[in-house]
Write a protein that binds this ligand. Sequence first.
Ligand SMILES: Nc1ncnc2c1ncn2[C@@H]1O[C@H](COP(=O)(O)OP(=O)(O)OP(=O)(O)O)[C@@H](O)[C@H]1O
Ligand SMILES: [Mg+2]
Length: 275
Amino acid sequence: MTENMMEIRDVSKIYGPLRALKNISLDVPPGQWLAVMGSSGSGKTTLMNIMGCLDTPSLGEVTLDGVRLAKLSPGELTAIRREAIGLIFQQFHLIGYLTALENVMVAQFYHSMVDEAEAFDALKKVGLGDRAKHLPRQLSGGEQQRVCIARALINHPKLILADEPTGNLDETNEGTVMEILHDLHDAGSTIVLVTHAPEVASHAERIIVLEHGRLVSDNAGKNGPPPADPAKSPGAAPANEAVGEASDDGAAIGDDAAVKAANAASDPGGLNPTK
Ligand SMILES: Nc1ncnc2c1ncn2[C@@H]1O[C@H](COP(=O)(O)OP(=O)(O)OP(=O)(O)O)[C@@H](O)[C@H]1O
Ligand SMILES: [Mg+2]
């Protein structure tokens, strides 16, 4: 048993002249709901890919549930991803010749064993009970995204990585997805959610902000307990292990504003944004 679900130490990701991530260090305790914000190109997806065993850092170290990922073979990384992680990524396409139901059952197959009734229930939960037999091309973009969500959550993953999971959804379906995430969080899952939307980020216990590949804001201290009420935390991010790093590109401007906006949008009664 490890203290943190995820430990990221001095992680950088380098693409030629570009450092997409710069010396990121981050601990995510088990059961925490962490939101990742930041402008387009700031490195959010790059970080999520590394957390989700889809990519490896150029420098630094990642430990997932006590396991150092650098020590694992590609096959072992794939196994961890299937066993422990639920990925809700937009680029994770559905298999075109399988129905919505079969797409969810594929995830069960790779994890343990298929259970059609359970897969159907997962689709019903995301409001797609009447679309189970449709092929992806017969579904709208938002419906396809909800199939991906059902597929990611069917195996009750310990860690849920969601990259703009509500990006394609209307308000009602966004509410449905947030409720599902709350249920999983209540059941003990750790959630890391990338979003541009302050209202979506406000569901999280902790919000970090990336800017030009640096972690520039963190509204929970390193390993500290999440603030009970984010609206009560001081406007400036306290005790941020990375804030002290001067940004060489002046990227910190506006980061606290992003956290403040998310905190302002925080609504304890907002678990039911649907009508
Ligand atoms: N495979 C790659 N090769 C080269 N550069 C890349 C690659 N992947 C990402 N980048 C660059 O790394 C930077 C961070 O990209 P990333 O996708 O992590 O941004 P993001 O914060 O998720 O942005 P968005 O909000 O638009 O999704 C960008 O400048 C991007 O162009
Ligand atoms: Mg992205």
